[in-house]
Ligand binder design. Sequence first.
Ligand SMILES: O=C(O)C(=O)C[C@H](O)[C@H](O)CO
Length: 321
Amino acid sequence: MMKVSVTLNRTDVTDSHLRLLSQIGVDCVDFGNGNAFAGVAEQGYPDLDGLLALKRRIQSWGMDINRVTLPNISEKFITASEGSEKELDHAATALTVFAEAGIPIVRQRIAGDNRFDSQIMYTAVHRGGMTNRGENWAGVMNGLPSREQQEMWWGRFCDIYGRLVPLADKYNIKLAMHPSDTPLPGMPFGSLGFHRIIDAFPSKRVGFIYCTGTRGEAGGSALVLDEINHFGRKGRIFSVHLRNVRGSLATASGFEEALLDDGDMNMFKLLLELRKVGYDGCLNADHMPHLAGDSAEHTLAWCYSVGYIKALLAALVEFSG
Ligand SMILES: O=C(O)C(=O)C[C@H](O)[C@H](O)CO
């Protein structure tokens, strides 16, 4: 049975937030910022006792931790600056701490895997005046990574995974990569990059946080359905970010993020495809929309997105019979 998760970027979450998540029926929490865990600032990796206390607190509200993030690997490591190997040592230690705490999925953020580019961003206005992130890639072509830069980055990525994958196998924890957002040409993790990862690192503990929003940005629902089918059949989809978009780079040279019911993709069709390939992980209510009257913590947005996903899941059960 698929479950619903939300992302928290801080670990000092209040009881009132956990209560709200529990009330609206969230099953799991994902932690999106690897540097937020107690211990990372001081020693470079999370403190096991602090992590276990956080896990127990979340469990006391009827939820669990689904995915966490390893301490960030910076540009210094990519360019092999002196002393930067320590970052990989810390990521490796963090992985073993998370495994010891019984966390199922870790994700390594690496400088250069995502690219949020002010050159191509604009504010899209949707129904009721709601604003959303829009991107149009005209003008960015000259700034894209060269073939040489791409290969250099890939070499460093292989150094990172070469260290982390054997540990993931040894400690039985899943190592998940998120697709590059924005999926511009030359970014490492589009559909070709995803194939490349599992070809180079065939361990069954290597897979993806499959983000329907990011991949929809690349090619709309046709691409998303194909990729869910392919990577899902290979058992490589460990978690799903559920987000809708309008347009795509392939079809409109641009895209706009949208509410789950108001983009081009029919989210129920995506769930049917996930069900077809036997996916039973979390559906994360990705990227909180900016709703009128919402709090800085996006509590209204959580209610909208989580409620929508829970209704889709109820419909899916009836559909399956
Ligand atoms: O959740 C992650 O690991 C991400 O990489 C999230 C992305 O940075 C963000 O949602 C952009 O799609």
